[in-house]
Design a protein around this ligand. Structure first.
Ligand SMILES: Cc1cc2nc3c(=O)[nH]c(=O)nc-3n(C[C@H](O)[C@H](O)[C@H](O)COP(=O)(O)O)c2cc1C
Length: 204
């Protein structure tokens, strides 16, 4: 099949988010101007540079996370894992501004070091970020879309020691999950190795 997005896909459900998949889930914690914590998942999320470490997430509509990130200049990325999946999903509920998703999802909060938003206490890894830019995306005609992309620079990295195995972050042990479109998720259960041309195998 072939379709133009502007003309519709003709399928029962939009396939696009299953084609661009699996996607990492940015579980984003922020605080609002009054210091109240907020937590929500964003799968329009990725790393866009490793040096400096830059992350992005995009909000469809001007949601609490993007508003808080813009107002306070800070957010935290929390890794989502299989044991945290139900809680992550609960934090996507449309709560009012200022309602605390940590409490709503019965999640522990741990303090961050360099930013004010707390971390999810039970996540194997969390990245403290300072906001670099907040941009409303335009389409190919230059028309603004009410899609807002936040780019942040990582200033602190938390890794729970038990997930550092042989010098590497062990994502199989962490049970990292990813978003796959529809109501589907994937879990990292196995890894295969491949060296780039000219590269030696990684050995500790
Ligand atoms: C796995 C998952 C991924 C999501 N990804 C996005 C996303 O990339 N962008 C977005 O605007 N909403 C996304 N949502 C919906 C938001 O999490 C939801 O609208 C939430 O209430 C926003 O919270 P906030 O207003 O506190 O930021 C996602 C939901 C789930 C469950």
């Amino acid at each position: 099949m072939f379709y133009e997005p502007s003309q519709g896909h003709g399928l029962p459900f939009n396939p696009i988010k299953a084609i661009i998949a699996p996607r990492p889930i940015g579980w984003v914690s922020t605080i609002d101007a009054q210091g109240r914590p907020n937590l929500a998942p964003y799968s329009y999320f990725n790393i866009v540079s490793a040096e400096p470490v830059l992350l992005m997430f995009t909000s469809e509509g001007f949601k609490d996370s993007v508003r808080n990130a813009r107002e306070t200049g800070e957010f935290v990325y929390n890794l989502v894992t299989e044991p945290l999946k139900q809680a992550m999903n609960a934090t996507s509920a449309a709560l009012g501004p200022g309602e605390n998703e940590f409490e709503f999802a019965k999640l522990g909060a741990a303090p961050s070091r360099f930013v004010k938003p707390p971390r999810v206490a039970d996540t194997p890894a969390a990245l403290e970020c300072k906001v670099v830019s907040v941009t409303e995306l335009a389409d190919m005609h230059g028309k603004l879309t009410d899609r807002h992309m936040v780019i942040g620079q990582v200033v602190g990295v938390h890794i729970a020691d038990e997930y550092v195995v042989n010098g590497r972050f062990d994502m199989v042990k962490a049970q990292t999950i990813a978003r796959c479109g529809y109501q589907d998720y994937a879990q990292v259960t196995a890894l295969t190795q491949l060296q780039r041309p000219g590269e030696a195998p990684l050995k500790v």
